[in-house]
Write a protein that binds this ligand. Sequence first.
Ligand code: HEM
Ligand SMILES: *[C@@H]1O[C@H](CO)[C@@H](O)[C@H](O)[C@H]1NC(C)=O
Ligand SMILES: *[C@@H]1O[C@H](CO)[C@@H](O)[C@H](O)[C@H]1NC(C)=O
Length: 348
Amino acid sequence: MKVSAAVLCALVVVQAAVLLSAASSAQASELKVGYYGKKCRGVENVIKWHVIKALRAHRRTGAALVRLLFHDCFVRGCDGSVLLDKSYDNPHPEKEAPVNIGLAAFDLLEEIKAAVEDRCPGVVSCSDILIYAARDAASILSNGNVHFDVPAGRLDGYVSKAEEAQAELPDSVDDVKKLIETFAKKNFTVEELVILTGAHSIGQGHCSSFKGRLSEPSSQITPAYRDLLNYKCSQGYNPAVDNNVRDEYYDTVYKYMPGFTSRVRKIPDFLDNSFYHNTLAKIVTFHSDWTLLTDKEALGHVHEYADNGTLWDEDFADSLLKLSKLPMPAGSKGEIRKKCNIVNHRLY
Ligand code: HEM
Ligand SMILES: *[C@@H]1O[C@H](CO)[C@@H](O)[C@H](O)[C@H]1NC(C)=O
Ligand SMILES: *[C@@H]1O[C@H](CO)[C@@H](O)[C@H](O)[C@H]1NC(C)=O
């Protein structure tokens, strides 16, 4: 017993040494466009190919990727911390935070990571893959209107805590004042808050994320839309509902909002400025969406982006790019993970 305990101790020390030597400072190098040009030729195309294929099969995966970029970068910077599964060492990773309900596309990222590892083992971080994939998804879902070059060179972090995600990400029940504070903590302006929330033109939300909306007064939610949401939420246990009413079934829209049927789309999840029209018409799912109308400056920007879709496409690209540059906390260590859901070395 004594011997095996000593061996175990020695192993832990060795593992710790390996861990420390393998870890490099996350701040060591500046992010660069084309970072993998020589290190892993063609990697951006490999990632794009996988994203195109996945979105052809299931367009909503694109929405999941765009949300993942936000949820990764807002918590400890863009370090792939949102991708880590719970483990013996870390029973409560970010994934477990209530605000992270509905996160998806993890399998796709793992599939891309495996393909990239085949090509150039140990070179491309999961955090960079996530940003590239989300960038490609935003471009595909907007028919190329939202496009930008992504600087890369991020490292994957070791730390992922549910309580941090819960504290730093906005909640769907938040009022505008709280949202402004939450974004200001990450150096984002009121205008950028309004720009980024436009991402709710795509994807879905669970009924539990807008429960309170279903009993808000008609000054806050259009009654016909409230009826539609009530109907959708009665169809199962906490189902997910389209964020954008134009993505709903024609028959459902016809029944509840017949004046709206001409806007129903055959292809769902189109990333554009429709969120601002929906917000002004009070046909948005989350309280946090509606509340943008209650701050003078935010309201001004809602009008601005409702009026000019091209402007939104450009500013949304800039704001996603800014999100993608959020750094890990000073002094953090990082690595290139072998798999995205688990750190390379575990300490038992
Ligand atoms: C302003 C504060 C925000 C709040 C309170 C918020 C809240 C939420 C909630 C509650 C959901 C649905 C989760 C569920 O029930 O499954 C959701 C979905 C989504 N959010 Fe946000 N969000 C915010 C900002 C953003 C930003 C900045 C982005 C990206 C730039 C974003 C992108 C998305 C997308 C794409 C979806 C749909 C995801 C899918 O269909 O898989 N959100 N958001
Ligand atoms: C926000 O800006 C301040 C001042 O430039 C900087 O010290 C801080 O690290 C920034 N915060 C984030 C999350 O980038
Ligand atoms: C909309 O924004 C674009 C991009 O900034 C700009 O070139 C265009 O003039 C704007 N259109 C209107 C009608 O203001």
